[in-house]
Write a protein that binds this ligand. Structure first.
Ligand code: PLP
Ligand code: SF4
Length: 347
């Protein structure tokens, strides 16, 4: 048997047991699907999709945890969750106006791994790694390995933050900060807590959604144990992502007293419909997770097939305003390089 077939079978055999809450999160991260063939096999994808996926994955590799794969409907190439993770041929078609650093982030570094675009908030690129590769991600071309904050950069970052009393909030981002071990994160957070003018600590993470067992007691302990006010911003785009394990993880965070907000990206073929977003926002509100932002897609090369015209987004958000309580309507925003805030389009 070819080695590749071997690995497909091994991983497929694991499929039933994989993605259950009993698999410790580091193992779930390690065992995430990285091969197009494996995904194609378990989800019974047509050959034409497999061929293009292989080509597009060379530019930005496939990565999707089993916990997320379990929420995808088999044999449906148009499934809204699959569409977020499956490489497709459209990614390889260059599109004018789409670039590899659409937000000009490379110019916003105050120290290696420390970005500041907006008053009062500084963002630490804690790692270049994620638990899932979202095909529309504006960071798909980001030179993480140069810019993520290596441990040797921590002192410089802390010094830079300590020297600027106008900063009162630190955002741990990435990549995804929660792919890092709790011991590291606890160390980061303790050091940040010693900077007197910092008041709030925000995490931007997709882990509680894609590998829900990442929300461990240890995580809650260091988040609650800091003097800083913690907030967690998760990333759910479609109600089908909110399966039972994900809801349990989000509830655990909220129950521990941490405000949880959601940001979504408006994506063609995923959530560009008032009905889908209404259901998403309603279910989030029921979970006490507040819909915060709905992002207009950043013009990143390889993601233009996800673009939704601005007018359509504005129209969808007006529908949401008619159907939902005000607090459950996300703000539709777009990031424009050099602006003092994300620009509000509707909401
Ligand atoms: C989006 C973003 C923030 C946070 O902006 P809020 O409007 O406060 O959510 C902060 N820093 C950077 C670099 C960002 O991209
Ligand atoms: S940074 Fe966020 S959106 Fe981008 S690939 Fe990682 S998890 Fe997905």
């Amino acid at each position: 048997m070819l080695p590749i077939m071997n690995s497909i079978l091994t991983q497929t055999d694991d499929f039933v047991g994989a993605g259950s809450a009993e698999v410790p999160w580091p193992e779930a991260l390690r065992k995430a699907v990285r091969e197009v063939e494996v995904l194609a096999e378990v989800l019974r994808l047509p050959q034409a999709w497999i061929d293009q996926a292989r080509r597009a994955a060379r530019q930005f590799p496939l990565l999707v945890p089993w916990e997320f794969v379990r929420r995808i409907r088999p044999a449906d190439p148009h499934d809204p969750l699959l569409r977020q993770v499956l490489p497709i041929g459209d990614e390889l078609i260059p599109e004018p106006g789409y670039s590899s650093d659409p937000l000009g982030e490379l110019q916003r570094c105050r120290a290696p791994g420390l970005l500041q675009k907006y008053a009062g908030r500084a963002l630490i690129v804690t790692t270049g790694a994620c638990a899932i590769h979202c095909r529309y991600c504006f960071r798909r071309h980001f030179p993480y390995h140069d810019l993520a904050a290596a441990r040797r950069h921590w002192p410089v970052i802390l010094e830079e933050l300590a020297s600027d009393a106008s900063i009162d909030e630190v955002i741990l981002s990435g990549g995804d900060p929660l792919v890092l071990p709790d011991a590291w994160l606890r160390e980061w957070v303790e050091a940040l807590g010693r900077i007197p003018h910092l008041a709030r600590l925000r995490l931007h993470t997709r882990l509680p959604v894609v590998i829900p067992q990442r929300v461990t007691q240890e995580l809650i302990d260091w988040l609650r144990g800091t003097r800083l006010t913690p907030l967690v911003v998760v990333h759910v785009n479609h109600p089908q992502e909110l399966d039972e394990t994900c809801c349990t993880a989000l509830t655990k965070l909220v129950d521990s007293g941490i405000p949880v907000l959601n940001q979504a990206v408006l994506l063609r073929g995923v959530n560009d419909s008032a009905d889908v977003l209404e259901e998403l926002c309603r279910r989030l509100a029921n979970l006490r997770v507040l819909p915060y932002y709905l992002h207009q897609l950043d013009p990143v090369q390889g993601a233009h097939h996800f673009a939704v015209p601005v007018q359509v987004g504005i129209e969808i958000v007006s529908r949401l305003r008619e159907r939902l309580p005000g607090y459950a309507v996300p703000r539709l925003v777009v990031e424009e390089p050099g602006q003092p805030a994300k620009r509000l389009l509707a909401g």
